[in-house]
Design a protein around this ligand. Sequence first.
Ligand SMILES: Cc1cc2nc3c(=O)[nH]c(=O)nc-3n(C[C@H](O)[C@H](O)[C@H](O)COP(=O)(O)O)c2cc1C
Length: 201
Amino acid sequence: MKYCFLSLVLMLGLFASCTNTQNEQVMTKNETIENLKTRRAIRSYQEKVPDMELIKKVVEAGTYAPTGMGRQSPIIVAVTDKAVRDTLSRLNAGVMGSENDPFYGAPVVLVVLADRNVPTHVYDGALVMGNLMNAAHALGLGSCWIHRAKEVFDSEEGKALLKEWGIEGDYEGIGNCILGYPAGEYPAPAPRKPDYVKFVE
Ligand SMILES: Cc1cc2nc3c(=O)[nH]c(=O)nc-3n(C[C@H](O)[C@H](O)[C@H](O)COP(=O)(O)O)c2cc1C
């Protein structure tokens, strides 16, 4: 009788821990979805540079993006050096014929490039960019995709930078993920267009 009671207690305990694990998984999933929905393009930054530990976490999340056939065609260049960041800003602005900082004062730029020889390289790079921006948000950082990486790294000055960084190969610039602590008001999302999703049931 004593053993029966003990087994019952054990089974109940096991059941409770299973339910907990399931609940925890559901909680985690919801947090992820909240994070995806609340990330916004940040266009105003504090001067403070995030700790390298934090930047590394963002970059690591980027490397876990899915890639076509798992070929990992993209690379990420994490720029925290102010002079290099300013050069990238100048080159990027130059593509638009502008002199303003297209990086909105963000102190960090994560440049994503991808190997042109891989047919899925643009999709791969775009997914890395998505991971970087969502990971940044999850860690309390602001980010924004800044375009024209292709034009910058197809230019002679851009190619010279890649060479200086020891990057060899046929890389296409996919995007610049600017990073830093948001300043000012957090932007609200634009309403989603009504015909965004069609259910075919
Ligand atoms: C491919 C791509 C290129 C973008 N290029 C720029 C850019 O050069 N400058 C900029 O300020 N924002 C850029 N953005 C950010 C978008 O403008 C922004 O994601 C969009 O307005 C939606 O806002 P949200 O990210 O807050 O939802 C780019 C986004 C994508 C996906």
